[in-house]
Design a protein around this ligand. Structure first.
Ligand code: URP
Ligand code: ZN
Ligand code: ZN
Length: 466
């Protein structure tokens, strides 16, 4: 199949230009003015008119949790429903977290995630590996996984008794990645301190979901962020802080980057658009329970500035949906039992366009950089994803920068019964979405297929992380 996308403004991270895009099979063949009328475009099967629209690289969400087991239940989106929803929102690649359960091998965890995704994913996907145990066996397995294209490992200073690793374990995993070229991703909150403060709150009868947001102090995120960056500096490896939410943590990343440390971080739309106030509505607040929690609104300006100045390199979603009607109810009477996580994989591109580009907080190019180009570079997909250029996969979005729509659970495609952004009107939306040359979404209709998505064997990205 040969497709020409004509008359649009191609937006890449390094600039925008009026250009046509010729897609040949699964890849981009040509980008430039006049390509649509050139001999190269003879015999195309289809022309998509992008006049007045943007043509952007399909977005990459490097932080999702399809079917994650958490708190006695599972995140509701499967690889089929979650990647379909992602595509509706202009995201054509996800990197999900395979989980090593305590006492099991990394291999068992990775095989389980391959089984969930293969034949089900609608767009391309890769995996990071969550490490719950650091021992001789799992350390050796890290090298094998890097060879198989699973090049990043997430460890936690949070969730004692579940995913938590102590400083020694984190240091050992970092030492191993110093040798194998991988990347350590850190969930940085001081989980031990949080558990003490949370237990004290419950003893006082403060059991509503709101208190989840209160007891996980910003300073606990700042402290853990500084600690893990220092451990990374001691071992000479890059470290990537996931779902950074608080100014306390951002200041640690800024200071580290200022002294030349290889410290990187992502934030998520929920920390830019939602706040602790959203949790102050009785048990409805459970809809917004995630970790780190939503912060007081006055943290947001600093996060936006960090994003504009490249102290934060990536915006991901941490998509991890649980139904309000039953799953979030597990936390009735004790906020510690609310499954942690929010839906968001479908909304990120539009929220960041509306709240970032339309408001002038970030440029269109920075929007593409944080949603596609930097994720591709930092996670071993450079040249293949995250760019509109010859040779790259034809993951493309014809984006209408003026279309207004209202976010709602009644119209979204994520398999979850509520939206954190219910009723929010946004400017910007994906008209046509291509995944490896195949139109998967057009004018709000699904044209893709379960199983179209392929596993992405990623390379290490050390050259971009030093
Ligand atoms: O609340 C969250 N973030 N749930 C998903 C698991 C994690 O820590 O990323
Ligand atoms: Zn996390
Ligand atoms: Zn997560």
């Amino acid at each position: 199949m040969r497709i020409v996308i004509s008359g649009g403004t191609v937006v890449n991270a390094d600039g925008s230009t009026q250009a046509d895009v010729l897609v040949d099979g699964e890849t981009i063949a040509q980008v430039g003015p006049g390509v649509a009328g050139s001999s190269a475009a003879n015999g195309v099967d289809r022309t998509i008119d992008a006049s007045g629209k943007l043509v952007i690289p399909g977005a990459i969400d490097v932080h999702t949790h399809m079917e994650l087991p958490f708190g006695g239940t599972f995140a509701k989106d499967t690889f089929e429903t979650g990647t379909r929803a992602a595509a509706f929102g202009g995201t054509t690649t996800i990197i999900d977290f395979a989980v090593q359960s305590r006492g099991k091998s990394l291999r068992e965890g990775l095989d389980a995630w391959h089984a969930k995704a293969q034949g089900n994913a609608c767009v391309d996907y890769g995996f990071h590996m969550i490490m719950s145990d650091v021992n001789e066996g799992t350390l050796a397995e890290m090298d094998t996984l890097v060879d198989e294209g699973v090049t990043d490992f997430k460890l936690f200073t949070a969730y004692p008794g579940v995913f938590y690793s102590d400083d020694g374990a984190i240091l050992r995993a970092m030492q191993q990645t110093a040798k194998n070229g991988g990347l350590i991703m850190m969930h940085a909150e001081n989980g031990m301190a949080i558990d003490v403060v949370a237990a004290q709150a419950v003893e006082r009868g403060e059991t509503d979901p709101y208190y989840h947001g209160v007891v996980r102090y910003p300073i606990f995120e700042g402290e853990a962020t500084n600690r893990v960056i220092r451990l990374a500096e001691a071992t000479g490896v890059p470290v990537y802080i996931v779902h950074l939410s608080a100014r306390d943590a951002l200041e640690m990343v800024q200071a580290a980057r200022g002294r030349g440390a290889m410290a990187f971080a992502e934030t998520c739309p929920q920390y830019l658009f939602l706040s602790l106030d959203d949790m102050a509505n009785g048990f409805q607040g459970a809809k917004f329970v995630c970790s780190p929690p939503l912060r007081p609104a006055d943290h947001q300006d600093q996060l936006w500035r960090g994003l504009a100045k490249d102290d934060l390199q990536v915006v991901s979603t941490d998509h991890c949906p649980f139904d309000f009607a039953d799953q979030k109810q597990l936390g009735q009477g004790d906020f510690r039992k609310v499954p942690n996580g929010l839906p968001g994989v479908e909304d990120r591109v539009d929220l960041m366009h509306d709240g970032g580009v339309v408001t002038g907080r970030i440029s269109r190019e920075r929007w593409v950089e944080t949603l596609s180009a930097a994720p591709a570079r930092m996670f071993g997909l450079a040249g293949r994803k995250g760019v509109v250029a010859p040779g790259a996969d034809a993951d493309l979005v014809v984006y209408d920068p003026e279309r207004r729509h209202t976010i709602s659970a009644s119209t979204h495609h994520m398999n979850v019964d509520y939206s954190c952004y219910e009723g929010r009107s946004v400017v910007g939306g994906s008209d046509v979405v291509l995944s490896r040359g195949r139109v998967v979404v057009e004018d709000g209709r699904w044209k893709g297929a379960k199983g179209h998505g392929r596993f992405l064997r990623r390379s290490t990205a050390r050259e971009y992380l030093v």
